[in-house]
Design a protein around this ligand. Sequence first.
Ligand SMILES: *Cc1c(COP(=O)(O)O)cnc(C)c1O
Length: 394
Amino acid sequence: MSKNWRPATKLVHGGTLRSQYGETSEAIFLTQGFVYENSAAAEARFKGETDGFIYARYGSPTNDMFEKRMCLLENAEDARATASGMAAVTAAILCQLKAGDHIVAARALFGSCRWVVETLAPKYGIECTLIDGKDLANWEKAIRPTTKVFFLESPTNPTLEVVDLEGVAKLANQVGAKVVVDNVFATPLFQKPLELGAHIVVYSATKHIDGQGRCLGGVVLSDKEWIDANLHDYFRHSGPAMSPFNAWVLLKGLETMALRVKQQTENATKVADFLAGHSAVAKVIYPGRKDHPQADIIARQMTGGSTLVAFELKGGKNAAFSVQDGLDVVMISNNLGDAKSLITHPATTTHKNLTEDARVELGISPGLLRLSAGIEDADDLIEDFDRALSKIGK
Ligand SMILES: *Cc1c(COP(=O)(O)O)cnc(C)c1O
């Protein structure tokens, strides 16, 4: 039954485990451990002969509800909830690799994700080739006999480029590599990587899943066979588990995610259209617009635009700072997916650690701003931008 529910219904009811009290809202089980009726019951639990929890680092009831709800939404067989998005990314990549293995990754990645594959993995003898993921030929060229993982983000941060997920999955399957997709920017509502052929999906639940700027979280989803063979032991023994309290906050976040993302996307669309018509703006990159350079791929693999808009000002850094400082409703913050509209200047914040060349390669110019649209009234956002843009250079 629940498998056939539409996403908004899954988000409200999916995975709920009611205690003997029949509570309406999901309960928080803030417990480290679990007690057993007798010695034989403990032995059977440890042998895996009976279902149930053993220790909160392995799994616990509130986290289980969150994982089950995410599995339903993603049509995944199994999942593990982690303390942050980066814990999810690191676990998903490292748990399946050993020294001598090779990763191919699209270079347009969230900063910390890029550090994990470019700097951390090589310390342990895992090599990585970073490519421009837009062109499928680059993926094919980078393959080595030792390639085990393809890693990518689509749409990317901050320039909202997309990668052809089906094309990449086909190439990976030819060489037996696993495709790991960081699906944060698309949200689970607008893109289903597993259905497009990817093997593993990761989220920073900190973003749209919480959606109200409260707590960190992450999740790794895949088929049961991959999780049992790769993530299960890594997760138990290296300890990236989510706090049950955060799992509860995130469950409540999921309940309203479809409503929020719908409103955020409508707002993003309206602001993108407004910005595209403004004389101070050099270009607007928004996956929901027909003038996106990869609109054909977006139409094939996504069912909605995005809650994020990237745009470049003609006046470079000075104009970008002037616009940010002139906004009243929209706040300056490097976070995203929040109910509050947030704006950031990637070149001096999220991507300041890249070399100038790397920024140029990624299209992160001094005039680029990234807006994460919130759930405010779109007219207030447009008026805010109109005012801020009129103040450039004044
Ligand atoms: C935020 C983010 C992450 C990291 O998540 P945290 O919860 O901050 O650890 C990874 N990938 C993308 C695309 C993100 O936006």
